[in-house]
Design a protein around this ligand. Structure first.
Ligand code: NZQ
Ligand code: ZN
Length: 384
């Protein structure tokens, strides 16, 4: 196992009616800006629950954060924060609203020029407005990490940044929020959480049996609980287990001391940037290609994953890996998530555009930093 340092200070308030505990978590004299998305919270009743919980506080609102949140919209929120001397952000929504709030928190106090540099140039975040979250969609893990992904629409660029300063002060996780999710968002969430685990697990062995088993337990639980949530949206127990899986998949715990890949995410973000495909769906497209093309790098872990998660032990190793990839695809498809580029009407020309970006940046990605633009092209062509 590698050396590591680990700190996760996010307080989680988990369970039924946990939104009512909100007020105890926000300083009484705070000047709050509540940030939300396209209006689902008004239809689902979460907005009313939040307003009841923060009654008596000074609170204003900023709605309209898009799925795959736009830099342009975030910068409008930054103006609102500055004009109104906001000193606490309350994000109410899915990963997009949380990610937007993190960027707004950092951009509003950024003094070294254009805040886009935080995303595009890795400019360090030195301060951020404190924020808390009410999560309405289990998927990203944003509720318990310091990561954020923002899209600049005019440039068709989707970029990420991370800082401990934008970890939420607290996150409220009420599994009843799952009850109102459409099938598509449940499926996206299961796939996203599943692939967060894979990015931190499907690499190479470093003698980390505890991390391996933690990762495998999340995968197995998602395989068991995901379909239950899809079949019966009011199954509270299944919703609760799904929600906690998604948080555990990307709160840092399973990734300490082990190599991490993230190539599926980095390539997937390009598919969202060019075609607006839902984040989870881009991952379902790309992961099978990564497993196929990087089967030598990842052989030991793919075989362990196949045996422990799917009970696949037959055939020679190469054929077994094919069977393991096919079983993984079958799981995603069983959730209603297609796994090939043509399923999303992505033309072949997009592959050229994406590959050109990686060629220009000379970036090498993956757990061994050995995946170049030529391999990325092979991965995407495998998904035609
Ligand atoms: O916008 P509203 O009206 O709120 O509707 C949303 C949105 O249309 C709706 N929704 C959310 N909760 C609901 C609900 N509808 C009914 N009932 C509810 N309880 O669902 C739609 C999708 O929401 P969104 O927040 O976009 O989804 P998700 O949570 O999957 O977030 C995706 C974003 O997170 C980023 C992705 O790249 C993408 O931009 N990620 C963030 C990560 C992180 N911070 O660590 C890691 C991930 O890998 C990912 O990249
Ligand atoms: Zn993800």
């Amino acid at each position: 196992m590698y050396n590591f340092e680990f700190k996760n200070p996010v307080k989680i308030l988990f369970g039924k009616e946990s939104i009512s505990k909100l007020s105890g978590e926000i300083p009484g004299d705070a000047n709050i800006l509540m940030i939300y998305g396209g209006g689902s919270i008004k239809r689902t009743g979460v907005y009313d629950q939040v307003m009841a919980a923060v009654k008596g506080s000074t609170i204003s609102e900023f709605g309209g954060i898009e799925a795959n949140p736009h830099y342009e919209t975030c910068m409008k929120a930054v103006d609102v924060v500055k004009e109104n001397n906001i000193d606490f952000l309350l994000a109410v929504g899915g990963g997009s609203v949380l990610d937007a709030s993190k960027f707004i928190a950092a951009a509003a106090l950024y003094e070294n020029g254009d805040p886009w540099d935080i995303l595009a140039a890795g400019a360090p975040v030195e301060k951020a407005i404190p924020f808390g979250a009410v999560l309405t969609l289990p998927a990203t893990g944003s509720e318990m990490n310091g990561n954020s992904v923002i899209t600049r629409v005019e440039r068709q660029e989707k970029k990420a940044f991370g800082s401990p300063l934008v970890m939420p002060q607290f996150s409220v996780l009420d599994p009843e929020c799952v009850f109102t999710l459409p099938d598509r968002q449940v499926a996206n969430g299961v796939v996203d959480a599943f692939i967060h685990v894979m990015e931190q697990y499907l690499t190479f062995k470093v003698n980390s049996p505890l991390q391996d088993r933690l990762a495998e337990s999340i995968l197995t639980t998602l395989i068991e609980e995901g379909p239950k949530v899809l079949a019966d949206r009011k199954n509270y127990e299944a919703a609760a287990n799904f929600m906690w899986c998604a948080t555990m998949a990307l709160n840092g715990m399973i990734g300490v001391g082990v190599p991490q890949d993230w190539s599926t995410h980095i390539i997937g973000h390009e598919l969202t940037a060019f075609h607006g495909i839902d984040h989870g769906r881009t991952l379902a497209i790309v992961l099978p290609g990564v497993m196929h093309i990087k089967r030598d790098n990842k052989k030991d872990k793919i075989l362990q994953y196949g045996e422990r998660i799917w009970g696949i032990t037959t055939d020679n190793e190469n054929e077994r890996i094919d069977a393991i990839i096919a079983r993984t695809v079958q799981f995603f498809e069983s959730l209603g998530v297609p796994c090939r580029l043509p399923d999303y009407d992505v033309p072949e020309t997009t592959i050229g555009k994406i590959v050109e970006r990686f060629k220009q940046s000379e970036a090498k990605i993956g757990e061994k930093q050995d995946m170049d633009y030529q391999e990325i092209e092979k991965i995407l062509r495998d998904r035609l």
